[in-house]
Design a protein around this ligand. Structure first.
Ligand code: BGC
Length: 269
């Protein structure tokens, strides 16, 4: 059931005494965690993954998150992603996950499993956006960045000059009479057996709807399908530049660790 994978970083490359954080990315198939160098966005050591329990109830997932954290004997703050709206630690939506999550204070439930360790829970795309903006595809850009993750659904993160506007949920925008994620998630491409060209037509419609509403400077395309970015990003016909996510499968872990650390790392101006 458990397995490590090969997403590793040489601890020596992370500097003598890096500021460290811990992030856990809760996905449909795996719960993945690791120690993060908060100054470089690199993982320190290996990522550890446990299969997502089925059904993925809050209790079962909390137990799994705790097992991942314990694997590293990590006792400080922990950041955890969740694939839906989260306000003040409380889950508000469950579009593609177990409905038992709605109304649950996920931060409290997971913290209780960890004997009271401080836990920050945030939306999965928001976590990826934080990491990509700071350390990945957005690192050289200022202004308004919108990250979209294409997977089972569509997740979104909006970041303006480093500040996240949480829970934007652009995957549920209505685009031409249909929810954006029902039109252009990568799961739709698979289900309908569409070519990249056909699917990209739908992605263009979603991007145009978003750019007409908030005029981003840059879109970052994330999710598994961004690994094949050269097959479809060049076919997009919207006006805002689109680049592929750079951090791939570590973005959620890194962003979760960043979010958990925020209250100790942000100096009030
Ligand atoms: C959820 C978002 C989530 C996205 C990707 C959507 O269905 O509403 O909160 O970020 O899926 O997991």
């Amino acid at each position: 059931m458990t397995a490590t994978d090969s997403t590793t970083t040489d601890p020596a490359a992370a500097g003598a005494s890096p500021r460290r954080g811990f992030g856990v990315d809760v996905g449909g198939s795996g719960v993945k965690g690791g120690i993060v160098d908060l100054d470089t966005g690199a993982l320190i050591g290996e990522r550890f993954k446990i299969d997502t329990p089925q059904p993925a109830t809050p209790e079962a997932v909390a137990t799994t998150v705790a097992a991942v954290v314990r694997e590293f004997a990590w006792t400080d703050k922990v950041g955890v992603t969740y694939p839906g709206v989260v306000t003040n630690g409380i889950v508000r939506t469950a579009a593609n996950v177990d409905e038992g999550w709605i109304g649950v204070n996920a931060a409290e439930v997971i913290s209780a499993e960890l004997g009271g360790q401080h836990v920050t829970v945030l939306n999965d795309a928001d976590a990826a956006g934080l990491a990509e903006e700071r350390f990945g595809a957005g690192a050289d850009n200022t202004g308004l960045i919108v990250l979209l993750t294409f997977g089972t659904g569509i997740g979104s993160a909006v970041i303006h000059n480093g500040v996240l506007l949480p829970n934007t949920e652009f995957g549920h925008l209505e685009v031409g009479g249909k929810e954006a994620e029902h039109r252009a998630a990568s799961s739709v491409k698979e289900r309908k057996d569409w070519s990249y060209a056909r699917w990209t037509e739908e992605v263009t419609k979603v991007l145009v709807t978003i750019e007409n509403a908030i005029w981003p400077d840059l879109f970052i395309a994330g999710g598994g399908i961004s690994r094949k970015a050269d097959k479809w990003i060049p076919m997009l016909e919207n006006r805002t530049p689109v680049v592929a996510a750079a951090l791939q499968n570590t973005a959620g872990i890194v962003g979760a660790a960043m979010a958990a650390a925020v209250d100790v790392t942000v100096t009030p101006q």
